[in-house]
Design a protein around this ligand. Structure first.
Ligand code: ADP
Length: 308
């Protein structure tokens, strides 16, 4: 029986201007998983620690993603999955994506890499479809590739890994209220004004250019969302106060992480990231709500082996 223990990272999707297409990978926040190949065909979730999530294979994103991989592999192998959850479900930092991406990455590794990262993204998207009803790739792509990723197209799937400027550090606050991806999708209006679209795709282009040229000021100017944030931020207590505090402390930009309720601030340097963390904690202390705070460099590697 071959077995591997991995770190499955949290991810920040959307990055303000890139709804459903941009994401990046964190380094200090993530789940652990143990994946074992067995001779008895079928996929089993044998253990979940740290969260109350379904053990049934077809209801757990890790199980569904691995089933998609095995269907393409075509060989009768058995897989057992243990999940040690650190990322809370519904946090907006890719809890479901960590499980889907981690599981398919580990199985592919144990099978001696029959699939490319691009194919693994497709399998992991089946897990995202189960979690939110929508097979989005903006969390699973950075979890699998590391760094920043851009989904240029969903049909056909075309994912591009972008460049990671080395001084970027993410601060994330996770208020302990659950906002389900499906709920936060329901507040979105589906029509966009041309004027807003022009501003948004200008920002996406600016952010991509800023990442490649390591132009931190351009990255900051481009972290603007004129379409989704105005609608979704109403679901997040003190969103504006957090954003104002982060920017006042020197954050390059601040916005909703994925579908929320987590809020991210992207910073140049660890010192600024820590100062931003302190300032936004102060804002949240006043609300009486529980919250977690994370400060993380960008993880350019993605999933990591803990031991095998
Ligand atoms: P996030 O954006 O943090 O991933 P979602 O709301 O998209 O949160 O996904 C969480 C949903 O997926 C929950 O309904 C949860 O029950 C379901 N789910 C199923 N399997 C898992 C898993 N292994 N890890 C996390 N969530 C899972």
């Amino acid at each position: 029986m071959k077995s591997i223990k991995i770190f499955a990272p949290a991810t920040v999707a959307n990055l303000s201007c890139g709804f459903d297409i941009l994401g990046c990978c964190l380094d200090t926040v993530g789940d652990e998983m143990v994946i074992t190949l067995t001779s008895e065909p079928g996929v089993k979730i044998t253990r979940i620690d740290g969260a109350n999530l379904p053990m049934e294979t077809h209801k757990n994103v890790a199980g569904v993603a691995v089933q998609a991989l095995l269907a393409a592999y075509g060989n009768d192998v058995g897989v057992e999955i243990e999940i040690y959850k650190k990322i809370k479900a519904g946090s907006g930092i890719g809890s479901s994506a960590a499980s889907s991406a981690g599981a398919v990455w580990a199985v592919n590794h144990l099978l001696d890499q029959p699939f490319t990262v691009h194919e693994l993204i497709k399998f992991a998207m089946e897990g995202e479809k189960l979690a939110s009803g929508n097979a989005h790739a903006d969390n699973v792509a950075p979890a699998l590739s590391g760094g920043f990723t851009l989904v240029r197209s969903y049909n056909p799937l075309d994912v591009i890994k972008l460049h990671t400027p080395k001084d970027l550090v993410m601060t994330v606050i996770h208020p302990q209220i659950e906002v389900k991806t499906s709920d936060s999708r329901s507040v979105i209006r589906h029509n966009v004004k041309l004027r807003q679209a022009i501003q948004q795709w200008g920002n996406v282009g600016g952010l991509v250019a800023g990442l490649f040229t390591e132009d931190y000021a351009l990255i900051g100017r481009s972290l603007e969302d004129v379409i989704i944030e105005p609608m979704r931020s109403i679901l997040i207590p003190e969103f504006k106060a957090v954003k104002d505090a982060a920017i006042a402390k020197g954050a390059l930009g601040c916005g909703i992480s994925g579908s929320g309720p987590s809020i991210f601030a992207l910073n140049k340097g660890m010192e600024t990231a820590n100062a931003v963390a302190e300032a936004i904690c102060k804002v949240y202390d006043k609300t009486g709500l529980d919250f977690d705070i994370h400060v993380s460099k960008i993880n350019d590697h993605g999933i990591k082996i803990i031991n095998e």
